[in-house]
Design a protein around this ligand. Structure first.
Ligand code: C5P
Length: 226
């Protein structure tokens, strides 16, 4: 089968979403934000008053939420138990809890299974897909046509994230930087599929590149990979 699967992994704020959407748009592929799925799971846990710092409590309920993803790069969508949660999954409350929930093996097993089904559907439909996350190249889709590992300096990442969060005046670059470093530390050191560059991933440092330059580089690599 010839369906193109492109994995885009990397730490928070490295530009994965904008890059993955830009590439999907340029190539007419589907797009899946796997971070949104972990955020949706976290939002559900908070709604149901599950203590997110208690892995056993989270594990016990990981099978309950119904998570449905839209894969249009121009209109990425997520519904949890039928509710559109595109906005609420971006709050600081969810952002600061998501690494705890995503470290729970039962959560990962459930969402990785869902992610593989979405890849399977794309293949069956003869469509390709760009997937962004932390473990796509290493765990979810080790067979991917192209694996990109996107990085940027901690400062650049904190600045980008602060701009995204600019609705909240209390959010300074310094605070964002602290929260982002904490999340990356948990994501990189968890036992189950930590954030890691796959051996066969191509690393792109976006610190001094524009979004267009990064997208163009990925398109060039995709062209070479097929
Ligand atoms: O990409 P985003 O920052 O929205 O991801 C939110 C969180 O979801 C990450 O900090 C990480 O804890 C978790 N995540 C993960 N595996 C993925 C994607 C996201 O553990 N494939």
């Amino acid at each position: 089968d010839s369906a193109l699967v492109i994995a885009v992994d990397g730490p928070s704020g490295s530009g994965k979403s904008s890059t993955a959407r830009g590439v999907a748009r340029a190539l007419g592929l589907r797009y899946l934000d796997t971070g949104a799925m972990y955020r949706g799971m976290t939002w559900w846990m908070i709604q149901h008053r599950v203590p997110v710092d208690d892995p056993a409590a989270v594990a016990a309920r990981a099978g309950e939420p119904d998570i449905a993803m839209g894969t249009d790069p121009d209109a990425p969508a997520i519904r949890v138990d039928g509710t559109d949660v595109a906005q609420p999954i971006r709050t600081r409350e969810v952002t600061n809890a998501v690494s705890l929930v995503s470290a729970v093996p039962e959560v990962r097993a459930r969402l990785v299974d869902l992610q593989r089904r979405i890849i399977g559907e794309a293949r069956r439909d003869g469509a390709g897909i760009v997937m962004e996350g932390r473990d796509i190249g290493s765990v979810v889709a080790p067979e991917a046509t192209l694996k990109v590992y996107l990085t940027a300096s901690e400062n650049a990442r904190a600045e980008r994230r602060t701009k995204e969060l600019d609705a909240d005046p209390a959010t300074t670059v310094a605070l964002t930087r602290t929260e982002l470093a904490r999340r990356d530390r948990i994501d990189s050191t968890r036992a189950t599929s930590p954030l890691a560059k796959a051996d066969d991933a191509v690393e792109i440092d976006s610190t001094v590149l524009s979004l267009q330059e990064v997208v163009d580089e990925v398109l060039r690599l995709a062209d070479k990979a097929v």
